[in-house]
Design a protein. Structure first.
Ligand SMILES: C[S@@+](CC[C@H](N)C(=O)[O-])C[C@H]1O[C@@H](n2cnc3c(N)ncnc32)[C@H](O)[C@@H]1O
Length: 451
């Protein structure tokens, strides 16, 4: 990373949704494209205003082509805790950096953005007039300006205690918006092929960003379902591949999930979903396969494994086993698949098949009264990058775990004793289903879409 004196300051305006997922998303994307958080800003907490140091505007634009957690980015010209502080900070901003955007041939517009307070039109105009000292020489154009500048005022987070004056005021040149519109355009409601555990579009994009998915990557989902997670990765230019134990899901057969439809139509499948979004060229294949018995030759194949394993709420956790009756039958029987075994297998599989630096991103269901960080499954080849909570009910949540492969995988036997010790704390969660239903109340904080 270049020394901070060569970096420019940018202001990110974050969306106030999925708060815990925002920092890992932005950090993952910065590590893909470059940039860092301003050293003065150590805690980002719940605030929608984050200051970043980024080497170039191109990098800021690349970041915004990916993020679903940030709304907009601005080149930061000034910042203060009072109007006077803002104005003196603006007076210190190098004029030569302003001039290209303020010269007489240009057109511009100034917008006022407030967080946690609404200003009258008169108050907004006052704020704009107060910026007269800036060397604006261009013409105002409210409809189609070449440059948009914003004053952003932060009145804190508490809607019951809105201060008279803002805690922070920023002034910046708007650079780009993030990808929030993907949440709507890829909404599951408008998707061709869905199931009752299809992953929400916004979270799918967040997972692909935590996984640092990029163009020409190969991304695998071993519990692919209707392929919601493949769609997000393909949107970012990765080739996608999946497996699922359920024949009907993989082949798009059986009962439909939509209320007014009895059976799935002839073209309801993952490939058709990708086609719907113009992403069919990224489809590698989907197969019927049991994740507890991966049929891969030894090797590293995947840049990212992004998945949502079953938790046993809306669908059972199953694996196959050869029947042990005599004479031996080759027809496999279906056994229940303990969550702790499933995560052990998943981490082993990821450690073995990810390229070095590749990421595993998955959901871990937890019973919150018993949860501790030590419970998060561990593997010597995988480094924990982030662990974010999404509440499901008053006593259960799922945690989005992101790990990165940092060490070459030797062989399974070498890790077996280590792993069983490390997985013990999670074993209490094998009865997650019972715990989930033991106290289900109307206090649900999210509609449980993916269990
Ligand atoms: C939560 S759903 C995945 C939903 C998916 N992300 C989507 O957007 O549709 C979990 C999937 O895991 C599958 N599954 C359950 N046990 C499995 C196993 N042993 N091996 C492979 N897939 C399995 C289920 O059939 C189900 O489709």
């Amino acid at each position: 990373m270049a020394p901070s004196c060569t970096l420019n300051r940018y202001l990110l305006l974050m969306a106030q949704e999925h708060l815990e997922f925002r920092l890992p998303e932005i950090k993952s994307l910065l590590s893909l494209f470059g940039g860092q958080f301003a050293s003065s800003q150590e805690t980002y907490g719940k605030s929608p205003f984050w200051i970043l140091n980024i080497p170039s505007e191109d990098i800021a634009r690349n970041l915004m082509k990916r993020t679903v957690c940030a709304k907009s980015i601005f080149e930061l010209w000034g910042h203060g805790q009072s109007p006077e502080e803002l104005y003196s900070s603006l007076k210190n901003y190098p004029v030569e950096k302003m001039v290209p955007f303020l010269h007489s041939d240009s057109t511009y517009k100034i917008k006022i953005h407030t967080f946690n307070k609404t200003l009258t039109q008169e108050e907004k105009i006052k704020r704009i007039d107060a910026l007269e000292f800036l060397p604006f020489e261009g013409k105002v154009n409210l409809k189609k300006p070449q440059h948009v500048f914003s004053v952003l005022e932060d009145y804190g987070l508490d809607p019951n205690r809105i201060p008279e004056n803002p805690h922070n005021i920023y002034f910046g040149r708007w650079i780009a918006d993030g990808q929030r519109e993907l949440i709507e355009s890829y909404s599951v409601k408008k998707r061709h092929f869905i199931g009752n555990t299809s992953m929400d579009a916004g979270l799918s994009f967040i997972m692909a960003n935590h996984g640092k998915v990029k163009e020409n990557d190969i991304v695998f989902d071993p519990f692919v379902g209707t392929g919601g997670l493949l769609i997000a990765s393909a949107h970012f230019g990765a080739y996608v591949y999946g497996t699922d134990i359920d024949y009907n899901t993989v082949h798009g057969l059986g009962k439909a999930t939509r209320k007014n439809q009895k059976w799935r139509g002839p073209d309801e499948n993952i490939r058709a979903n990708l086609r719907q979004y113009g992403l069919e060229k990224y489809y590698l294949d989907v197969l019927v396969s049991d994740a507890s018995k991966p049929s891969w030759r030894k090797g590293t194949y995947f840049d990212a494994i992004i998945t949502d394993p079953p938790y046993g709420i809306r669908e059972s956790t199953r694996r196959t086993e050869e029947a042990c009756s005599f004479p031996r039958s080759h027809v496999p029987v279906s056994l229940s698949y303990h969550l702790s075994d499933m995560f052990l297998d998943l981490l082993n599989f990821a450690a073995e098949t990810l390229v070095l630096g590749g990421r595993l991103v998955y959901w871990l269901p937890v019973y919150t009264p018993e949860y501790t960080e030590e419970m998060v499954p561990w593997h010597p080849c995988l480094k924990l990058i982030s662990n974010c909570e999404q509440k499901l009910s008053s006593h259960t949540s799922r945690r989005l775990i992101t790990m990165e492969k940092v060490q070459k995988f030797e062989n399974r036997d070498q890790y077996s004793h280590l792993l069983s010790d490390h997985f013990l704390p999670y074993q209490g969660h094998n009865s997650f289903r019972e715990k989930y239903f033991s106290g289900v109340t109307k206090e649900f904080t999210v509609e449980l879409s993916s269990c």
